[in-house]
Design a protein around this ligand. Structure first.
Ligand code: SAH
Length: 221
């Protein structure tokens, strides 16, 4: 049930955490106003669903802070016709935000329980334009490439070249790059075979674990 209270909390979140920090993209703001974030957090945390911070979603993973979802989405410069790849489905919240904006979302998750729960949640909410696949997203998902945009919602030690290779011409990859304590949100844009890399802002994400991320047993430092 979406209570009036939760809806007003959500609108307040958009005003005080998102617009107040300079996010202006109308599609991003509308999507954040619409997606019921409280449905994506564990019941124990639904009171904090609209708080200005990441929250645990179980299995050592987190749903990102709303502002981080907003900045990553705005940075993709989406118009609506795109096919987007997300690496790190987690709760499915970022996938839902993308699904509100673009034509099609492909999202990859390595933890089966999270992938299943997110798929069910998105189905119940009626998002028919999201496909979730289980697997190592550090390798991307070549079967559905090329993508207009790729967003990685876990921290990588470096930019996986294989993800850049799955971008369409004009495509952009948004990825946190750094160590386990902190990363820099980075945007790679590919146009006419040229790659442009921009460092955006500091961030903290759980590690991207996989072939082109951190090793399974490795303690990133
Ligand atoms: N976007 C999510 C938050 C992601 S947390 C949301 O909106 O809720 C990061 C997620 O990335 C975790 O669920 C973690 O299991 C997943 N992950 C880490 N490495 C991965 C990989 N190589 N491939 C796919 N998913 C990965």
């Amino acid at each position: 049930m979406i209570s009036g209270n939760l809806e007003s909390d959500r609108l307040k979140m958009v005003e005080t955490q998102i617009k107040a920090r300079g996010i202006e993209n109308r599609l991003v703001l509308e999507a954040l106003k619409k997606v019921p974030r409280h449905v994506f957090v564990p019941p124990d945390y639904s009171d904090s669903a609209y708080a200005d911070r990441p929250l645990p979603i179980g299995l050592g993973q987190t749903i990102s802070q709303p502002y981080m979802v907003a900045i990553m989405t705005e940075t993709m410069n989406l118009e609506g016709h795109e096919k987007v790849l997300e690496v790190g489905t987690g709760s499915g919240y970022q996938a839902a935000i993308l699904a509100e904006i673009v034509d099609h979302v492909v999202s990859l998750e390595r933890v089966p329980e999270l992938a299943d729960a997110a798929a069910e949640r998105l189905r119940e909410l009626g998002y028919a334009n999201v496909e979730i696949h289980l697997g190592d997203g550090s390798e991307g998902y070549a079967a559905r490439a090329p993508y207009d945009a790729i967003v990685v919602t876990a921290g990588a030690p470096e930019i996986p070249g294989v993800l850049v290779d799955q971008l369409a011409d004009g495509g952009r990859l948004i990825i946190p790059v750094g160590n386990s304590f902190q990363q820099t949100l980075t945007r790679v844009t590919v146009r006419d075979g040229e790659r442009k890399t921009e460092k955006l802002e500091g961030c903290v994400f759980v590690p991207l674990i996989g072939k082109f991320g951190w090793g399974e047993c490795e303690t990133p430092d």
